[in-house]
Design a protein around this ligand. Structure first.
Ligand SMILES: Cc1cc2nc3c(=O)[nH]c(=O)nc-3n(C[C@H](O)[C@H](O)[C@H](O)COP(=O)(O)O)c2cc1C
Length: 179
């Protein structure tokens, strides 16, 4: 079973989450392929996908949004998990999901969507970004909840391993939503 792990990331923090998720999927004995969304023209060859994005101005980044548009006819029958990486501080703010995630969930039939707090490093930001960050008083720091991310990723791996085992034994399992 081959799982696509693909995220849109401007400054790398979402990509590091993707790498961790892929590693945990591989630890479960499944194959995980970490790819940039812009490199994916089709889901052919993948049995499932984990798709994520850093959040900017309340929305997902374009490469992740475009991937979902491009592959719109291919989600049916594939298990999909979504995540967003964005809120900052303790407690993490904002505490609402990005505006476009509801549409992404519908488009992909995703089993789950999680919002994970993100990371903000001043030296990585462009001048315009620093202005935006100062304007909303966003706090610098790394707020990513690695334990929560690992628990979520292991849940995905367990679910997929169950499907994989059932396929090997030819046992029918419930199809994901949207099929
Ligand atoms: C200019 C700018 C705007 C941002 N806007 C949001 C936002 O609207 N909502 C949010 O939750 N996080 C926002 N963030 C925080 C980022 O989502 C967070 O830093 C995330 O970890 C970035 O992911 P990346 O490193 O993969 O690009 C913003 C960060 C910057 C620099």
């Amino acid at each position: 079973m081959k799982i696509l792990v693909t995220v849109a990331s401007r400054h790398g923090s979402t990509r590091e989450i993707a790498t961790l998720i892929a590693g945990l999927i591989e630890d479960a004995g499944l194959e995980a392929d970490v790819r940039d969304p812009d490199d994916i023209m089709s889901l052919a060859g993948y049995d499932a996908a984990v798709i994520g994005s850093g959040v900017y101005m309340g929305r997902w980044l374009d490469p992740a949004r475009r991937l979902i548009e491009r592959c719109h006819g291919e989600f049916s029958g594939r298990r999909v998990w979504l995540f967003s990486c964005g809120p900052l501080g303790e407690p993490a703010t904002p505490d609402r999901a990005p505006a476009d995630v509801a549409a992404m969930r519908v488009a992909t039939g995703a089993i789950d969507h999680r919002v994970f707090p993100g990371r903000l490093v001043k030296s990585e930001l462009g001048r315009g970004e620093r202005v935006v960050v100062a304007g909303v008083h966003a706090p610098y720091g790394d707020y990513r909840p690695w334990d929560d991310i690992m628990t979520w990723a292991r849940g995905i791996a367990d679910a997929l391993r169950t499907v994989d085992l059932a396929a090997t034994l030819d046992i029918p399992v419930a199809e994901p939503v949207g099929t």
